[in-house]
Design a protein around this ligand. Sequence first.
Ligand SMILES: [Zn+2]
Length: 127
Amino acid sequence: MNLSILKINIDFRYYINYLNIGDMIMQDPIRKIFLAFIEIHILHHAKKEPIYGSWMIEELKHHGYDISAGTLYPIFHKMEKSSLIRSKKVLFEGKIRKYYTITKDGEKTLNEALIKIKELSNEIRET
Ligand SMILES: [Zn+2]
């Protein structure tokens, strides 16, 4: 099989998964905004300490985001592909667990996002 076609298919599958938050039944525009919030949230925690999937799902639950592993992992994958986070496999209680930490690019993106969030939040409060 043509490898590039295979790669496109895989990318396409992730893209579909990424947009298809079945666990968050929402209108598309809202879903996209929430996905961006989730990414910023991931960057924030991956900066403080290495994080892993089930921990992040619980953490997001505390903030009112009901997200499944099937939704979160494609987000991790996409962010790693964009060099915002990097993963490391660690053996934990006989199982391989993937820990994610922020990269330099990720820190830069997070800082820029925080400036924009602050600016927007001030603007909204003023009106
Ligand atoms: Zn948090």
